[in-house]
Structures are given as structure tokens and as C-alpha cells.
Design a protein around this ligand. Sequence first.
Ligand code: 5GP
Length: 131
Amino acid sequence: MTSIFSKIITGELPAYKVAETEEFLAFLDINPNAKGHILCIPKEEVNKIFELDKDTYGGLMEFSRKVAIGLEKSVSCKRVGMAVVGLEVPHVHVHLIPLNSMGDMDFSRKKNMTDEEFEALTKKIKANIQI
Ligand code: 5GP
């Protein structure tokens, strides 16, 4: 079955996209732990991160690193945390989360954001990412 994230890649579903290459895509998490929470995904639909081939795995890490550097310049945080979970969406994704406290890594605590806030943040983060 086509994943939600594959539908975001094709444009079938909307997303606040912040960076894209031929192989990878980064967009804002729609239900963020913290403002600026980003998901980095390979365009190839693979369920679990350790099922990725070595090159795609390495490429995803390098893509995530560049996105995280841009993210840290865009929001007020102590650092950007990284997590891989995948219990909800069976399409590999790296969570990049701006951290100010350990609570920001708590996936049961979510922040509400308006469309306007998502749009403004997308613009800001996009401008700070160099791929
Ligand atoms: P996980 O699979 O790692 O447990 O979590 C999946 C993440 O994807 C969650 O943080 C959730 O908010 C996010 N998510 C689920 N559906 C969508 C969607 O349609 N669009 C976006 N941008 N994020 C989503």
C-alpha cells in the first residue's frame, strides 16, 4: 500500500516542504513535538530504517545533517535532536526536533500550530538550508 509519505512526495497530499533532492525530501511534521519539527525521508518507500541499503542510509543521514544545520539557524533551541521511531508511518523517516528540554522528545506532547505559522516557518527554514 502506498504510504502517506509517498503521497506527499507525489504531491497527492500537501506538506510544508523545506528541502528536496532527487532521493530525499524534508517537510514539517504536521503534529510537531516542538515548532520546527521536521521529517526527512528517502523517496524510496522502505518500511524500517535498517532495511535501507548502505548508500541510501548514508545519504539520508547526510541530507538530515544539512537540514538540521538549517533548522538550528531558524528556531530558538539549545540543539536539534534526532530520532527514528516509525511506529505510526511505515515509511522511513528521521525526526529532527528543536530541543529546549527533554520534554521536546516526548512524542505524546504535541504543539498546536496555525497554517500561517507553518507557512512562515517553512519559508524561514527553507532559506537557511543549503543542500
Ligand atoms: P512515527 O511513525 O515515527 O511514530 O511518527 C510519524 C510522524 O509523522 C508523527 O510525528 C506524525 O505527526 C507525522 N505525520 C503523520 N501523518 C502526517 C502527515 O500526513 N503529514 C505530516 N507532515 N506529518 C505526518
